[in-house]
Design a protein around this ligand. Structure first.
Ligand SMILES: [Zn+2]
Length: 123
């Protein structure tokens, strides 16, 4: 076996309650940039774990932003519809009255118009 792989991990650790750091006591499993590391302190493994965690957080954030954008769009659409509500109700009122005064009108359409107006004006 090569001497490097049997070396002690070079990472500094803070034992519980210690006032200062000490060298990790585990045997090195890998060598990175000529430094020996145990499996726990392997910089590449740590970087992979961080990248995976970052990707997870980014995905969660993207999902949250998409939900936020959808809610914002829904609110904007509701505001747009509410802004023209009174105008539509007035137009329906006028059209229903005009149609009602038309000779030979179908009373079903007048009733539908009046029912819709009653629902729209009910609070
Ligand atoms: Zn270590």
């Amino acid at each position: 076996m090569s001497g490097k792989n049997e070396a002690q991990c070079c990472a500094r650790v803070w034992p519980m309650g210690a006032m200062r750091s000490s060298q990790c006591l585990h045997k090195a499993k890998v060598t990175r940039n000529s430094f020996p590391y145990c499996g726990r302190h392997d910089p590449e493994r740590i970087a992979e774990q961080r990248a995976a965690k970052d990707a997870e957080r980014q995905a969660a954030l993207a999902e949250k932003n998409a939900r936020w954008d959808a809610a914002k769009a829904a609110n904007a659409e509701q505001a747009r519809r509410a802004a023209c509500f009174d105008q539509l109700v007035d137009a329906l009122h006028d059209l229903t009255a005009l149609y009602h005064s038309t000779p030979g009108h179908d009373p079903t359409f007048v009733d539908k118009g009046r029912a819709a107006l009653a629902r729209a004006r009910a609070k």
